[in-house]
Ligand binder design. Structure first.
Ligand code: AMP
Ligand code: MG
Length: 472
């Protein structure tokens, strides 16, 4: 049977200058490693047989109705403006209008060079492809806005990195791939016509109620503020919050050197390229505001008199930190089982986090175990927990029974970095069983499954992953 995708490609219908038409480059021996049937159904896709799906998701057969292209964008990388990035190893096949009425991009990542590849080979290796597949689907299951994974294909080719590694292609699904950097490129070029067209396109696609550029800025601010608070609430560290990895939709995108924290510490950094901790866990709320300021700067360029709009735009950006704080407090209140707000809750949560940091307490397991004896066992000095728990209990006395809320707000399982690495090592050796098992466990993260308890254990010293890599 032949795979069929009901494409409706609005981006490809934009005028010239937003993208370069580019077909994927065929690979030697495509083999389907993973396919997300639930997501395919939402997208209205009729699956084909395995061989045919490997051809399409490996980039060897362009399916009917696709209009493959590489999108143009720029971006600030670690604070430095790079005037031209673009899809250097990704190709947008097109969009579908899903059964839920939502328009989504279907993109191949690792599908060969494009006019924007610069010095890169346009390829990806198996490790980052499976990492993104697994972690993005885990984020979705946690209820956090994210791009998703439709398929992973092994190419049967090797890619050259520090060593030779097995190649792979990921099929990524996103509300769109519009980024802060998509606006920056046209603003920096002084191309106000395209900047206006792009603004109209983004509003129509994502925020139809938003009015004008500042309405769009406000909508992106709200979506990103909610998103970052959600990352914080599960101990997620993105690792490369460059403006080209910051979406207009408010979805998490680009699972490069990302990781979930094991032991809690606010300064945690995993990315091998984040020397100064710009994208450390506790810096994420500040960095997203910086990114939003870049979007504001770009959007302003389309006004005939930008200087008249600076105050309004500044006000929108300046409101963001308080919004993130409020959302953070709402989520962390739930994480300690409080269903009604009281003054002093923020200090109570901060006190717990301080004690956790001083005691190498596991982020996920500590919150999940609140209300059981298990919580104090997470602390190097359990008395540090007891001191906090006494205050917590007196606060709880003025609130409802926390048990349900604790179980709904605190995942039982997250994709632990050492498990992800072990999964990748096995896959490289040809064993997909750990991928299957981990994927199944992460699909239902709030429900304990005793047979999967080994996957909730923090790493042993010998298993600890010290650094994560972009995997380009
Ligand atoms: P990322 O770190 O994935 O956000 O990528 C940053 C930029 O580098 C984007 O423009 C990518 O398309 C480009 N890039 C990353 N890896 C490759 C590669 N192997 N070949 C070509 N371009 C790449
Ligand atoms: Mg990127």
């Amino acid at each position: 049977m032949t795979l069929s995708i009901p494409f409706d490609n609005s981006y490809a219908r934009l005028a010239d200058g937003f993208f370069a038409r580019q077909a994927p480059t065929p690979v030697k021996a495509p083999r389907l490693l993973a396919f997300n049937r639930d997501l395919a159904q939402v997208l209205g896709i009729t699956p084909g047989d395995l061989g045919d799906m490997a051809q399409v998701f490996g980039g060897n057969r362009v399916p009917d109705g696709a209009a493959p292209l590489a999108q143009l964008y720029a971006g600030h990388q670690f604070g430095q403006y790079n005037p031209q990035l673009g899809d250097g190893r990704a190709i947008l096949l097109g969009e579908t209008l899903g059964q839920d009425g939502q328009r989504r991009d279907i993109q191949l990542k690792g599908s060969g060079p494009t006019p924007f590849s610069r010095r890169g080979d346009g390829r990806a290796w198996l490790g980052p492809v499976l990492r993104e597949y697994l972690v993005s689907e885990a984020m979705h299951a946690l209820g956090i806005p994210t791009t998703r994974a439709l398929a992973a294909v092994a190419t049967g080719e090797e890619v050259v990195r520090e060593t030779l590694l097995p190649g792979a292609v990921l099929t990524r699904v996103a509300a769109s791939h519009l980024r802060v950097g998509t606006f920056q490129i046209f603003a920096a070029r002084g191309d106000t016509a395209r900047l206006r067209d792009l603004t109209d396109y983004a509003i129509a696609r994502h925020y139809p109620d938003a009015e004008g550029p500042l309405g769009l800025l406000t909508a992106v601010r709200d979506a990103q503020a909610r998103l970052i608070a959600q990352w914080m609430s599960v101990g997620f560290i993105h690792g490369v919050m460059n403006t080209d990895n910051c979406t207009i939709s408010g979805e998490t995108i680009d699972y490069g050197p990302c990781a979930f924290m094991d032991g809690y510490h606010p300064n945690t950094v995993y990315s091998s390229i984040d020397q100064f901790g710009r994208y450390a866990y506790s810096n994420q709320p500040r960095i997203v505001v910086w990114n939003l300021a870049q979007l504001a700067t770009a959007l302003l360029q389309q006004f005939d008199a930008p200087e008249t709009q600076v105050d309004a735009a500044t006000e929108i950006v300046h409101a963001m930190p308080a919004m993130i704080d409020a959302e953070w407090l709402r989520l962390f209140r739930a994480k300690i089982g409080l269903s009604t707000p009281e003054d002093g809750d923020a200090a109570l949560i901060a006190d717990l986090l301080d004690r956790m940091a001083a005691n190498q307490a596991d982020f996920t397991n500590t919150f999940r175990a609140l209300g059981t004896d298990g919580a104090r066992d997470q602390f190097a000095d359990p008395a540090a927990f007891d001191g906090w728990a006494a205050k917590w209990r007196s606060r709880l006395a003025r609130d409802a029974d926390p048990a349900d809320l604790l179980a709904r707000a605190n995942p039982w399982i997250i994709p632990r970095n050492h498990r992800v690495e072990q999964m990748i090592d096995a896959a490289v050796a040809g064993d997909m069983a750990p991928f299957e098992r981990l994927s199944a466990a992460l699909a239902d993260p709030f429900t304990p499954h005793p047979d999967l308890a080994d996957l909730t254990r923090p790493p042993l010293a010998s298993e600890q992953v010290q650094a994560t890599f972009c995997g380009t």
